[in-house]
Design a binder for this molecule. Structure first.
Ligand code: HEC
Length: 188
């Protein structure tokens, strides 16, 4: 009977082939990374105190313009607008083999939590930063170093902050923190 023979020969083939497959050591076929090491790498570094660098040019219109772009730009990938000079729209990362991958830099997200002059859909998780200079700086409630520190690492002022940690995390560079400080402090 033809079908039965075919079936049996199929079984026979499987006994040979399948047992061969089971003999392979599958533990080598997939990676088993050390999860605790990976988690450690992703953990936020401890809170760090900063002093605003002397190179920060708070009155420089170009710095204020860059700070404005960073502040309002929710998502680098969706942003059609070209960033002002001095900011790059992409970050390049190199893997072990030297292959370079370009990914859109995620600028800002300040506006997700803060309202400020001209904000489109400013969030209310953080305080409203509208007329910040007149309300908080001219009145001496806040100074430049406080603002720089807050944007760099908000945990020094409030260990339980909900604000993003921008400098200690490497999300932004010191000069980008200068730009943001310049923008928040500027009269708009
Ligand atoms: C996830 C929400 C969130 C994001 C995103 C965020 N902030 Fe904040 N921010 C806060 C909260 C909440 C506070 C109130 C103080 C605190 O808890 O640290 C604050 C406080 C501040 C203050 C101090 C105001 C004052 O004088 O008391 C400044 C300045 C500031 N943020 C700027 C920024 C900038 C610039 C960005 C973008 C890089 C940003 N924030 C992103 C939530 C946020």
């Amino acid at each position: 009977m033809q079908p039965k023979t075919a079936f049996l020969s199929g079984v026979a083939t499987c006994i040979v082939a399948c047992s061969g497959a089971y003999a392979v050591d599958l533990t080598k076929a997939y990676e088993s990374p050390n999860a605790s090491k990976i988690i450690k790498k992703d953990l936020l570094k401890p809170a760090k105190k900063y002093t605003m660098p002397k190179t920060c040019k708070l009155e420089d219109p170009a710095a204020i313009e860059r700070g404005k772009y960073i502040f309002h730009n929710l998502n680098g990938e969706d942003a059609k607008e070209t960033p002002p000079e001095g900011l790059s729209k992409f970050i390049e990362t190199k893997d072990k083999s030297g292959k370079v991958t370009k990914t859109a830099k995620q600028y800002g997200n300040c506006v997700a939590c803060h309202n400020i002059e001209g904000a489109k859909g400013g969030g209310n998780i953080g305080p409203d930063l509208t007329t910040y200079r007149a309300n908080f700086v001219d009145t001496k409630v806040r100074n430049t170093n406080f603002v720089y520190q807050k944007i760099a690492d908000a945990r020094i002022d409030n260990p339980k902050t909900h604000m993003t940690i921008n400098l200690t995390s490497g999300l932004f560079s010191p000069s980008e923190i200068c730009d943001l400080t310049a923008y928040v402090m500027a009269t708009k």
